[in-house]
Design a protein around this ligand. Structure first.
Ligand code: TLP
Length: 343
């Protein structure tokens, strides 16, 4: 039997219907701006987010990094959250590619404290780096798929405006936040200068992300995409998968959220493991193994032996992510494996 794979929502395979849609895509050279399917995707996302312009890119990391480059000059500083993807999981790219530094702030659930942010904004004096951008993540991966409340985003925007700062949203899973809250992508995006979105997470496309913002911002992002080696040619095959994914797999994210909730509640009731249910707002479940005295890598190895794959994201924390291929049947099996595994 194939193992149940909850390491990430990135592991899904394109369905037959998605493959056929990809295969039939009209394509052209996107470096010349001549791929009709890439252009159609970019227009579709502009409509969905209410932004002037969009740029299809190869990955969520590239979407974030072209955005940061387009917003900054070397030596600038970005305020972000300490568990954020741009700080932890992008291979030091902000320093490597843009020559900027990140100023991470400790938070609860990925939601920045306004006073802390205000204190982190540098005085305009030559000893200091220039603070340029406030970056937030919604949903927040390492915090367990938490949603950044719209009211907090609004307050942050007011603060950013007061200090003349830009705002970037790592919205790799903004789809999940939108489906869970009913807040449209457009409404979320309206508070940001740039937003990145991924097609290869819960939406189930094989490759691809996009970044949106003003025309002037996207012009700069376009330069950096090329400079970072991200200019793709007949990329319409991939853009077609993204179009298909939005049309077929966006609304169904509620099912992933429901299954994550059930999984979280069940695991939390099993004596050796703890899930902070406050964090389970979308499709990610973080399981704390510390009370059991067992390490997360050990627990993950034991589960894998019994056919369930999850990732150990720290010595005492496991991550399980629900997705397109994880149905109710698999949910029952996953719970059974958790209950029956001898740790
Ligand atoms: N996250 C991946 C890993 O990198 C951890 C995952 O399995 O969840 N922003 C956020 C919030 C993300 O979670 C990710 C991917 C990215 C950006 C980067 O996307 P890719 O992997 O396409 O570069």
């Amino acid at each position: 039997m194939n193992p149940i794979d909850l390491r990430s929502d990135t592991i899904t395979q394109p369905s037959q219907a998605m493959r056929e849609f990809m295969m039939n895509a009209e394509v052209g050279d996107d470096v010349y701006g001549e791929d009709p399917t890439v252009n159609a995707l970019q227009n579709k996302i502009c409509e969905l987010t209410g932004k002037e312009a969009a740029l299809f890119v190869s990955s969520g990391t590239q979407a974030n990094q072209v955005s940061l480059s387009a917003h900054t000059e070397p030596g600038n500083e970005i305020i972000c959250e300490y568990r954020s993807h741009i700080f932890n999981y992008e291979s030091g790219a902000a320093a490597l590619l843009s020559g900027i530094q990140l100023h991470p702030l400790i938070s609860e659930y990925g939601i920045l404290d306004l006073e802390q942010v205000e204190n982190a904004i540098r005085p305009k004096e030559d000893h200091y780096p220039k603070t340029r951008v406030i970056a937030v993540e919604n949903t927040h991966n390492r915090w367990g798929g938490t949603i950044y409340p719209l009211e907090e985003i609004k307050k942050l925007r007011l603060l950013a405006d007061e200090y003349g700062l830009l705002m970037h949203l790592d919205g790799a899973r903004l789809w999940n936040a939108s489906v869970a809250t009913g807040v449209s992508l457009k409404e979320y995006a309206s508070f940001f200068d740039s937003v990145s979105l991924c097609f290869s997470k819960g939406l189930g496309a094989p490759v691809g992300s996009i970044v949106v913002g003003s025309k002037a911002f996207i012009r700069r992002a376009h330069y950096y995409r090329k400079a970072f080696g991200g200019g793709m040619r007949q990329a319409g095959f991939l853009a077609a998968a993204a179009i298909y994914a939005i049309d077929h797999n966006f609304e169904r994210l509620v099912d992933d959220h429901r299954r994550a909730r059930t999984l979280a509640e069940t695991i939390n009731d099993l004596p050796p493991f703890v899930v902070n249910l406050r964090t389970v707002e979308t499709n990610i479940v973080i399981i704390d193994t510390s009370i059991s005295g067992l390490s997360a890598p050990y627990v993950s190895e034991k589960l894998a032996e019994n056919g369930l794959r999850v990732s150990a994201i720290s010595p005492t924390r496991l991550r399980a992510v629900t997705h397109l291929h994880f149905d109710d049947n698999q949910l029952d099996k996953a719970i059974e494996i958790f209950k029956s595994t001898k740790f």
